[in-house]
Ligand binder design. Structure first.
Ligand code: BGC
Length: 772
């Protein structure tokens, strides 16, 4: 054959792989699968952790053979939990040089809020209400990861959560399905630009955890979830669906059960809803040991649960090794068919095809590019901007904030000088960029202006020494690189407080940096009492006694109960976990270089007894007149606390003030197909330029099924100079009035709809539209 003909054949072959039509893909995979043995097909369904990575108890080491040998035998379809172009290239080399069919591996990672550069935690990013910012965060994470070997992000996590006790609320966008859906789309857009998985600088997103994981009873992780399908569709499903409509490449099943069947083996969720109703045609993966855990749930032995998961359509078994160990036997016993295995295997191969891995298995491993892309100064700067926008000013009595840069500041509290703690759950894996502590950020800001910062730790993290040791030692992700090693309870509490008080007395102002540490939020970190831990509270109360002005900065991955603090402390800044630029971003806000604009996407309870608490609740048959009404017998309220949360959904202060006019409607009558414009005028009445998030809520007054008292349906951000005003308009369409009725039909029923616009859920201006 001539060289030219060889070249043509080569090109044709390549085109079969890279010509990304469905037809080409099907032909390629048909050919490949016709050559695969049963074992090789089962191997593709097996997703393993590389090692040295912790997100569960089981490392899946069920075989005497090493990972290298198993990959060479075609027993593994993908690896996760590692980073580094060189390291990943070596694993890939084993797959494509040593295995019989040379099928490349998938490489996944929990890129939850940044790949190399860690951004604020997702709950904080949600508080920016800035979809462009979230998309940018996903985009730079994709650029970093896709050069460093990783082609698959286990993100976005879109579980709606209304329970401050649940540690994973930190990974979520909060309690609202509409906002959650916008955020889900922004993440997917950023990871998968142009909805094109074959782009070399894209990575495959994985929306999780399907479904309803955030509704775990009593906020205890992995706990039972039970709710009606109607509730699920109206209040929880929207963000997953939005991610799918945005073209997300993969979905991860959740750990919880739904309707008595674990999600991992739940055919209704995985097949009827995901595949048939929403037409999802991507990769479906279990969560970490989810298949195995069905045994603990009590729905069957090893063979049964493996068969259940496979037939529900879980394509890859993450870390259980149950597919590897039991599918063959399940097949021989007639519990599954070879077609079941084929169907699941095809999805795995399709994901690899779409990512271009058959074309070039090393396409995401580019050490030189990684060197250029990882930890860039511009990315760190973006992390700083994201953090500035995510910090929520909860209270600012007598305009204590912003502070002057020539002040003498006493920074007190265990979170004041910590670095790794600033990143929160999942992250901080960079070898290049180290987090900046609040102390460092403050010093950098004040020293050039003649100010000073003294620091005292002031208290232990937790009362219980043993527990504190466990907490600081229980890192997620890479156990070595985000190590948080520090000794605990080295000094007496009284001695620490005395030192703190001395420093406080000498200062102009106290900044108290308190709250949770890195390991008190995220997976497996439920808290029955989500408040500032006791020893830190003692410290705060002692500081309060000095009479010095105090700015409380709370580090937290969840809404904290801050009732005492709200009553006594003049200024409260909720920092969340701000990421690598923590100290600088906080200093930007504290000294007023940046005006805070973050708004809560979760309600902060007054006390634990109010949980679950969320703004979009139903009215009940015996509502109180207002959320603040005093106790009334035989009404739906508490003897000992108002119904209102301490800080409501949508709330967040600024250093300036915004005044809202009344709502104007283009018409108050609406028919099918009509669009009504609702507008409102907003004026900056303060002395600083500021950004405001204007929120639109709707309430269906009468409907065949009960509806929430208000539901977010739109939001817009405006930035106004002092005294500047602007009109903000929302287009209200029939679609925004729809809901899932009792038969799960998505309908808009005739009647009145209250239209509410305001700066948060507590302060809205109302008008009414009648839909005929
Ligand atoms: C978590 C997932 C995560 C997975 C892999 C699990 O424990 O629930 O969110 O993607 O581990 O690390």
């Amino acid at each position: 054959m001539t060289n030219k003909r060889l070249k043509v054949i080569g090109l044709l072959l390549l085109c079969t792989v890279c010509g990304h039509t469905q037809e080409n893909m099907n032909r390629f995979i048909d050919q490949l699968m016709s050559r695969m043995t049963l074992d090789e097909k089962i191997g593709q369904l097996n997703l393993c952790v590389e090692g040295g990575f912790v997100a569960g108890e089981n490392k899946g080491e069920t075989s005497a053979n090493s990972k290298e040998e198993r990959i060479a035998h075609g027993e593994i379809g993908g690896l996760f939990g590692m980073r580094g172009a060189g390291r990943i290239r070596e694993w890939q080399r084993i797959a494509v040089e040593k295995s019989r069919l040379k099928i490349p591996l998938l490489f996944g990672l929990d890129i939850i809020h940044g790949y190399d550069v860690t951004f604020p935690i997702p709950l904080a990013l949600a508080s920016t209400w800035d979809m462009e910012m979230i998309e940018k965060v996903a985009r730079v994470s994709a650029l970093e990861a896709s050069s460093d070997g990783v082609c698959w992000a286990f993100s976005p996590m879109v579980d709606i959560c209304r329970d401050a006790r649940w540690g994973r609320i930190a990974e979520s966008a909060g309690e609202d399905p509409y906002l959650g859906a916008q955020i889900a789309k922004a993440w997917v857009k950023g990871y998968q630009t142009d909805n094109n998985l074959s782009r070399r600088d894209n990575i495959m997103a994985c929306v999780k955890h399907f479904a309803l994981y955030g509704a775990a009873e009593s906020g205890r992780d992995y706990n039972t979830v039970d709710m009606s399908r109607q509730r699920a569709f109206n209040e929880y499903m929207l963000p997953y669906q939005a991610a799918i409509e945005q073209g997300v490449g993969s979905v991860m099943a959740s750990f919880n059960e739904f309707e008595g069947i674990p999600a991992t083996g739940n055919k209704y969720l995985m097949d009827e809803v995901l595949r048939k109703l929403w037409k999802f045609n991507g990769l479906l993966v279990s969560d970490y040991t989810g298949v195995m855990e069905m045994k603990n749930h009590g729905v069957g032995d090893e063979l049964t649960v493996s068969a259940l998961a496979l037939q529900a359509g879980i394509n890859m078994d993450m870390c259980s090794e149950y597919y590897s160990l039991f599918l063959k036997e399940a097949l021989h016993k007639g519990l599954i068919t070879e077609k079941d295995i084929d169907t699941n295997c095809r999805y795995v191969l399709e994901a690899k095809y779409k990512l271009g891995l058959f074309e070039d298995p090393y396409r995401y491993c580019d050490e030189n590019l990684a060197k250029k892309r990882l930890g860039k100064a511009t990315t760190v700067d973006l992390a700083r901007q994201a953090a500035q926008k995510s910090i929520v000013l909860l209270k600012n009595e007598h305009q204590l904030l912003p502070l002057q840069k020539n002040m003498h500041i006493a920074l007190i509290g265990p979170m004041g000088a910590r670095k790794n703690d600033m990143i929160g759950t999942w992250g901080g894996w960079s070898e290049i960029v180290k987090p900046i502590s609040l102390f460092e950020g403050l010093e950098a800001a004040v020293i050039p202006h003649g100010g000073s910062v003294t620091y005292a730790e002031g208290s232990w993290l937790l009362d219980d020494k043993k527990l504190e040791e466990t907490i600081v030692g229980s890192n997620m992700g890479f156990t070595t690189s985000n190590g948080n090693i520090h000794k605990v309870h080295e000094r007496e509490e009284a001695e620490m407080i005395a030192e703190a008080l001395e420093k406080a007395r000498e200062a102009d102002v106290v900044i108290a940096a308190l709250g949770e540490n890195i390991n008190m939020n995220g997976e497996g970190t439920s808290r029955s009492n989500p408040s500032i831990p006791e020893p830190q509270k003692h410290l705060l109360k002692a500081l309060f006694q000095t009479g010095k002005p105090i700015v409380l900065v709370t580090f937290t991955g969840r809404p904290l109960v801050l009732s005492w603090e709200e009553k006594h402390i003049p200024a409260i800044l909720n920092a969340w976990f701000p990421g690598v630029a923590a100290g600088n971003a906080l200093a930007d806000i504290i000294f007023g270089d940046v005006n805070p604009c973050g708004k809560l996407t979760v309600s902060f309870p007054r006390n634990v007894g109010q949980i679950p608490i969320y703004y979009n609740h139903k009215n009940t048959g015996r509502p109180v007149d207002s959320d603040f009404a005093p106790y009334v017998r035989f009404k739906s309220n508490y003897i000992d606390t108002p119904n209102a949360p301490l800080y409501p959904f949508g709330y967040g202060l600024s250093y300036t003030n915004f005044e809202y006019s009344n709502v104007t409607l283009s018409t108050n009558q609406m028919r099918k197909g009509d669009v009504v414009t609702a507008s409102i005028n907003i004026r900056n009445t303060g002395k600083r330029k500021g950004k405001e998030t204007v929120q639109l809520y709707i309430h269906d007054v009468y409907s065949t099924s009960t509806r929430p008292v208000m539901e977010l349906k739109g939001f817009k951000q405006v930035e106004l100079e002092p005294d500047e005003s602007t009109s903000v308009e929302f287009q209200i369409s029939e679609d925004m009035l729809k809901y899932y009725n009792h038969q799960l039909e998505y309908v808009c029923e005739p009647g009145d709809f209250e239209i509410m616009i305001g700066p948060d859920t507590r302060n809205v201006k109302k008008s009414v539209i009648t839909f005929k």
